[in-house]
Design a protein around this ligand. Structure first.
Ligand code: TMP
Length: 204
């Protein structure tokens, strides 16, 4: 019987994580593996409502409010995760590393507070593997330019995104067996193959 881990896709804006998670979804669907996929912030109906609130360009919450809203959105997904944990592969577009990278390393919110609430929410839920997508500033800008709608978090300066990406890399280095870095400045088809090959190893 195949394993059914939680697999997370992380990375800054324009890093290609959503493209690759969608490609993995297509693969799992075709091969008839049981899976669910959702994004954070977002996922369940309530979490999607919170997403709209956080990312609306007219919102101007403080960094602490943003943190609590991201965690509130996560809180609304816990029962969805628990219901499927070890029963289906769970694909998540962003999860706890995004909170650490953006709210702590990017915005300076207290790390202990973030870890405390994440532990409180997740309890025994463990992430199986993370694909960390990285991108250089030039390609990030090019990809963001192609989007017809930018949200509140798509508009920081390149220094901020560099800080956040370095944070993701730092987090991944603490537990290298559980992470694979995908360099999205390189060939996309080759990256697709790298991810599917690794996926098959993780779930076998
Ligand atoms: P998305 O555009 O990839 O869906 O992500 C929405 C934004 O939310 C993205 O800029 C990263 C940000 N974010 C955080 O700042 N903290 C979090 O905990 C999560 C899940 C996302």
């Amino acid at each position: 019987m195949s394993k059914k881990p939680i697999i997370v896709f992380e990375g800054i804006e324009g890093s290609g994580k959503s493209f690759h998670i969608n490609n993995v979804e297509k693969f799992l669907k075709k091969k008839k593996y049981p899976y669910i996929k959702f994004r954070e912030p977002g996922g369940s109906k309530n979490s999607e409502s919170i997403r709209k609130l956080i990312l609306n360009k007219k919102s101007n919450f403080t960094k602490n409010t943003d943190l609590l809203l991201y965690l509130a959105s996560r809180s609304e997904n816990i029962s969805l995760i628990e219901k499927n944990y070890n029963k289906k592969i769970i694909l998540i577009d962003r999860f706890i590393d995004s909170t650490i990278a953006y709210q702590h390393y990017g915005m300076g919110v207290d790390l202990n507070l973030i870890n405390f609430i994440n532990k409180f929410l997740l309890k025994n839920i463990k992430i199986g593997f993370t694909f960390l997508n990285i991108v250089n500033p030039k390609n990030m800008k090019l990809r963001l330019k192609k989007r017809n709608k930018l949200n509140r978090y798509d508009q920081f300066n390149s220094h901020f995104y560099r800080k956040v990406q370095n944070a993701f890399i730092k987090i991944s280095k603490k537990n290298p067996k559980k992470y694979q870095i995908i360099n999205s400045n390189l060939d996309i088809n080759n990256n697709k193959e790298i991810i599917i090959t690794k996926l098959l190893k993780i779930i076998k």
